[in-house]
Design a protein around this ligand. Structure first.
Ligand code: AMP
Ligand code: MG
Length: 430
């Protein structure tokens, strides 16, 4: 395992006092590693879990050629003539009950969607395109069909012996359905990542405590818990920790002793007259950064080990105190790092959306700025975005109104109304 200094040495132009957002991501990629423990869970409980190994199809899906329509199945070779085709109906194939007889030239079988194609037949004419003749035959109009139409091929979804899903797939509703279509009762998944989190600061009140002058209620523990729950992490809530060395030490040791990652908020800004930074330094290998971004400039990262044989040291994310800064740094840095710890193959942030800015935005080149934005459909059918107003890093209400973060990149300058900007949509992350 590389120390923080070794990781820093690998990165060009690493300067903890002025770190570009992209360097933070590169650093964290090297800092964290996927968990290794696995377990077997029922498919019904697998949503959001990460596959521990490739899932190979034990059979093909669908297992047989079958009809995509309600209609009549016949041998498409007879379509070559260019004149209407008259076919005698010799039987019926139902979904779940195949037609076993033979079907000769000039004959067809009435067939339902999903029914197995009778032997030798490759084409289905939908019911609504046929004309009944004397009650025992149908006519297929000329020029309507080509051989093979309206037939689903065996294995067109999944082929026997091939991987249906790859290791590292984070199972969504579609993947769970796919696993079920293979008849699998359980699937192997990586164990959940366990994250301990607490808030720091003498001015921070827990819900239930009486209000006090100069004190604020702790919101960070709730936003962090929600963001972690969205990722499917196991949560260990360590509450609000007062700014006292014994209490902080106890909290960090407890967190490191039971979790894969620790998330704290507050107490990492420059000139903080508190013990949080000192305790992080004392207990672990920790770097303190000033990131060239807004909001969320200060951040601490590193590892804190608590003697527990066979367990990797806990990764520490010391987030700033301001509620919006917590959420932005989580989305920009912590979330991709946790996805990597969860063993996800795809940890890349979702593609940014381009939208036309409805307003002017001031922006200094040399730092990445995240503005809370509301993306909507423009009258011309394109996308437009406006900010939620007050962009103060403590203004959580504007985070509530937003449906994404406008990302003004490191080198970018002022934005004029009508300029296109990038937006990181919240989607399922928030
Ligand atoms: P700090 O990073 O500790 O200097 O905190 C920056 C600002 O965020 C201060 O105004 C704090 O009162 C506020 N803050 C810190 N932690 C929390 C929290 N858990 N909930 C709400 N506000 C907080
Ligand atoms: Mg503080």
């Amino acid at each position: 395992m590389k120390s923080l200094d070794q990781i820093a040495a690998e990165l060009q132009g690493y300067d903890p006092q002025a770190l570009a957002a992209t360097s933070v991501q590169a650093f964290l990629e090297r800092l964290v590693a996927p968990v290794t423990g696995t377990e077997q869970v029922p498919v019904a409980a697998a949503l959001g879990r990460v596959l521990a190994q490739d899932i190979v199809s034990p059979f093909s899906v669908p297992p047989h050629d079958n009809s995509a329509m309600d209609g009549y199945a016949f041998d498409g070779e007879q379509l070559a003539t260019g004149t209407p085709l008259r076919l005698a109906v010799v039987g019926t194939a139902l979904a779940g009950r195949a037609w076993q007889g033979r079907v000769g030239p000039g004959e067809c079988v009435k067939i339902m969607t999903g029914a197995i194609m009778p032997a030798g037949l490759d084409t289905v004419v939908p019911q609504e395109f046929t004309r009944s003749v004397d009650g025992s035959a149908i006519e297929v109009p000329a020029g309507l069909l080509r051989a093979g139409d309206n037939r689903r091929l065996a294995g067109e979804d999944l082929m026997a012996g091939r991987p249906a899903l790859l290791q590292g797939e984070r199972l969504g509703p579609a993947a769970c359905g796919l696993l079920a279509s293979l008849g699998l009762p359980t699937v192997p998944v990586l164990r959940r990542v366990r994250v301990a989190y607490f808030s720091t600061g003498d001015e921070i009140l827990s819900v239930g405590e009486p209000p006090r002058e100069g004190a604020v209620y702790d919101s960070n523990r709730y936003t962090v818990a929600g963001l972690l729950a969205r990722l499917g992490c196991e949560l260990v809530d360590l509450g609000v920790v007062r700014d006292q060395p014994e209490l902080l030490e106890q909290a960090f040791r407890s967190a490191a002793g039971q979790a894969d990652a620790i998330i704290t908020s507050g107490g990492v800004s420059v000139g903080e007259a508190d013990f949080t930074k000192a305790m992080m330094k004392q207990l672990g290998d920790v770097a303190f950064w000033k990131i060239a971004m807004r909001p969320g400039r200060p951040m601490a990262v590193g590892r804190i080990a608590e003697a527990a044989p066979g367990r990797a040291p806990a990764v520490l994310f010391g987030l700033p105190g301001n509620p919006v800064a917590v959420m932005v740094t989580f989305l920009a840095f912590v979330r991709p790092a946790l996805l990597r710890m969860m063993g996800c193959r795809d940890t890349a942030p979702p593609p940014l959306l381009r939208a036309r800015s409805q307003e002017a935005m001031r922006k200094k080149p040399g730092r990445t700025e995240y503005q809370r934005g509301i993306v909507s459909a423009a009258p011309d059918g394109g996308l437009q975005v406006r900010t939620t107003g007050n962009q103060g890093s403590g203004v959580l209400s504007s985070m509530v109104q937003a449906n994404g973060l406008i990302v003004l990149h490191h080198a970018q300058a002022n934005v004029a109304p009508g300029d296109e900007v990038d937006v990181m949509m919240f989607d399922g992350a928030i």
